[in-house]
Design a protein around this ligand. Structure first.
Ligand code: ATP
Ligand code: MG
Length: 685
């Protein structure tokens, strides 16, 4: 925790007092009845281990555990002695009940569609596991996955899980530098990639990046390359069109490196079809076997390689998917996250497939070819559950209401958000414009480190308050505490902590257990996990996340959450998006600098600049009070975001303070945004 990281008392409350009652239709049809939910709440509060042991029984184990938990803070082991395989839980166990149900419906950016049943997906996965074994991989080895959002990305993850090869998915938008760092940190032996992927009508040249990285990756032996042209065609015809049983010893090298290049389909075809089941059989893995390593999004600093287990992780993913999304086989469920983020792991792949649901997946940009692409796909595939990020929702708001309005969104029954606090204005827009006023919104708080959702409404049970992720799910001991670890009074800001271990918690930071301990377990005693976020709890026990404590402002002794000033700004009709940071101020301690993007229709001519800035300043004063008056308002066309769409306030803080950016920018979405902001601060300064 840094010196500034003392949230103390937050003075401000959010301006949206409406409460939306729990959904009656969910209560009637939900897999868990209201009395079930009440029982789960009671069990979770009384006996956390008992609660999670019950949840673990929803999974298929080769061998049952003999101890639920071993806890030597900060290191936990769950379902000790149990043996399990994630791909068996996502695929094999559904084969008896729903072999012909769609597991995956996919749309590529150019518009091709395909559907894979559970039986087909299973066949592909065991085939690839067999292929990867043929390349010499053994349980415990690491594999990097650097893929576009195509069905083969899911196949690759599950094939790794099947063989016990710990995967590390690297977001396809990252450069060769970021890829190289992650491959080397994880010591991956194989990288699974594609020649390219589609994004905004252009080709993202993945293989070029892999080739550029390969010479610098000493552990890497093979690159398995999918030809994007054949993505989604998991059919026997495609398989036959490739030479069968080619001798893989005649492989070409990748670029200048010694890494051997293998064509995805040739690798698949090199396995004798009669031997696929045997050679692709699932490994019976220890519950604690590392399923994956995933690097955090880097909002606060250098990315950390978060290690997740198999058994405990799956228990968290499955239980939260069932409680929060109430997924049914009749749903078409769409989580828009890329598999490069933890949301893409837990809620595109592992959670929904463990439930046996139908997952919709889309490759490309939300505005290609037209601004209504998302809504057109919801109409076309009758999507019933949509899970996306506040940043996407604000971008859609900025484009205008006509795009969702031109499409039939009546198939939707539930909406979700994740990744950042959602400002009440965006919540309301999502609720009305996308959900037609009838769909509950699950605002889900969690982190790469938590593995699965920690705080969220359960739609059948929980009344919604826009801007709050509501209450912790059963089985989580979440509190808001002061620096000494004592509960803070209702309404006051403090540190958001989880006081007891949970099954899907991170096990360590890859190669750096000390950093793991220091980052998450050193601020409080007795194994209390610190999320890094500030929060306050209201009189109903609802948790309001206030953003990262490093971002909290301290203005003349008053603590303000950046989120609250941003919400006030975004509630102004002209504002699309805002980011607020503090800047050292001799008199006040910290001054407030706001970076604001206006809605498309309100671009400002230079001569109006001052009047718009005054208007926005006054608006914040009216909404919150004079204490929150921004000292400076900078209008900008874009904000620096991580590749996962989160605002990187640490870069804005550097800009506001020094006029330039020096910190780590490897996870930044668009370097031009920083260049433009630096340019404009040079112009002003
Ligand atoms: P890094 O840890 O590298 O800085 P990151 O924290 O952005 O990156 P993630 O694990 O993807 O990486 O994000 C988790 C964080 O996102 C949380 O700690 C919290 O700040 C924020 N967050 C996620 N969901 C919500 C939500 N529903 N409401 C408020 N904040 C959220
Ligand atoms: Mg984080």
């Amino acid at each position: 925790m840094t010196e500034t990281a003392n949230p103390g008392t937050f003075d401000v409350t959010l301006r949206e007092n409406r409460v939306f009652p729990p959904s009656r239709s969910f209560a009637e049809k939900s897999a868990y009845s209201l009395s079930d939910l009440q029982r789960l709440r009671e069990l979770g509060a009384r006996d956390i281990e008992g609660y999670w042991a019950e949840a673990a029984r929803d999974l298929t184990w080769f061998q049952k555990w003999n101890r639920i938990l071993e806890w030597q803070p900060p290191f936990s082991k769950w379902f000790v002695g149990g043996r399990i395989n994630a791909s068996v839980n996502c695929l094999d166990r559904h084969l008896a009940t729903r072999p012909n149900q769609a597991a995956l419906i996919w749309e590529g950016e150019p518009g091709e569609c395909s559907t894979f049943t559970y039986a087909e997906l299973h066949r592909q996965v065991e085939n690839l596991t067999a292929g990867l074994r043929q390349l010499g991989l053994k349980a415990g080895d690491r594999v990097a996955i650097y893929m576009p959002m195509v069905p083969e990305a899911t196949v690759a993850m599950l094939a790794c899980a099947r063989g016990g090869f710990t995967h590390t998915v690297v977001f396809g938008g990252f450069s060769s530098e970021s890829l190289k760092d992650r491959i080397n940190d994880a010591e991956a032996k194989v990288v699974i990639t594609a020649d390219f992927g589609w994004r905004k009508g252009g080709r993202v040249q993945l293989l070029e990046q892999v080739a550029a990285a390969a010479s610098f990756c000493a552990t890497l032996t093979h690159a398995v390359v999918l030809q994007r042209e054949h993505a989604g065609q998991l059919t026997p015809q495609v398989r036959r069109s490739f030479q069968t049983r080619r001798d893989l010893s005649v492989l070409s090298s990748l670029g200048e490196s010694k890494v051997k290049k293998v064509d995805w389909h040739e690798l698949m075809a090199s396995i004798d079809p009669r031997e696929v089941s045997r050679l692709g059989r699932p490994e019976e893995l220890d519950s604690e076997h590392p399923l994956f390593i995933l690097y955090t999004s880097g909002t606060t600093g250098k990315p950390k390689g978060i290690v997740h287990s198999t058994g405990g992780y799956l228990v968290g993913a499955l239980r939260s998917t069932k409680l929060v999304f109430d997924l049914k086989p009749t749903d078409v469920y769409w989580c828009t996250a890329d598999i490069g983020w933890v949301t893409g792991h837990s809620y595109v792949v592992y959670g929904p497939l463990a439930v046996g649901a139908t997952v919709f997946m889309y490759e490309g940009a939300p505005t290609t070819p037209e601004n209504d692409r998302f809504w057109a796909m919801i109409e076309r595939h009758r999507v019933s559950i949509l899970y996306t990020a506040p940043t996407a929702i604000r971008a859609f708001m900025r484009l205008g209401d006509q795009f969702p309005q031109s499409r039939d969104l009546s198939s939707l029954r539930l909406l979700g958000t994740v990744g950042e606090p959602i400002n009440p204005g965006a919540w309301t827009w999502y609720h009305d414009q996308i959900g037609g006023g009838r769909c509950p919104i699950v605002d889900t708080f969690w982190q790469t480190e938590t593995g699965s959702i920690v705080i969220s409404p359960i739609p059948a049970e929980t009344a919604l308050k826009p801007g709050s992720a509501t209450r912790p799910l059963p089985g989580y001991d979440v509190e808001v505490v002061d620096r000494a670890g004592k509960l803070v009074p209702v309404g006051q800001g403090g540190y958001l902590v989880i006081r007891k271990p949970w099954p899907s918690m991170a096990r360590t930071i890859h190669g750096d257990p000390e950093r793991f301990k220091k980052t998450y377990f050193s601020d409080f005693e007795n194994g209390v996990y610190f999320t890094g976020d500030g929060a306050r709890k209201d009189a109903d026990g609802y948790i309001w996340c206030l953003g990262r404590v490093d971002d909290v402002l301290n203005v003349a002794g008053h603590r303000l959450g950046t989120m609250e000033v941003e919400s006030a700004l975004v509630s102004h009709p002209k504002v699309a998006e805002a980011a607020v940071v503090g800047r050292a101020d001799d008199i006040k301690g910290q001054g407030i600098v706001a970076f604001v993007t206006l809605k498309k229709e309100f671009s400002v001519a230079d001569r109006d600049l001052k009047s718009v800035q005054d208007e926005l300043r006054n608006h914040v004063v009216k909404e919150i009070g004079a204490i929150a008056r921004p000292d400076e308002i900078r209008l900008t066309d874009g904000l620096p975001k991580t590749r996962s769409g989160k605002i990187m306030r640490r870069l804005l803080r550097e800009l506001a303070t020094h006029g330039k950016v020096q910190g780590d920018v490897t996870t930044l979405e668009d370097l031009n945004v920083i260049a433009a902001l630096q340019q404009s601060s040079d112009d002003e300064g």
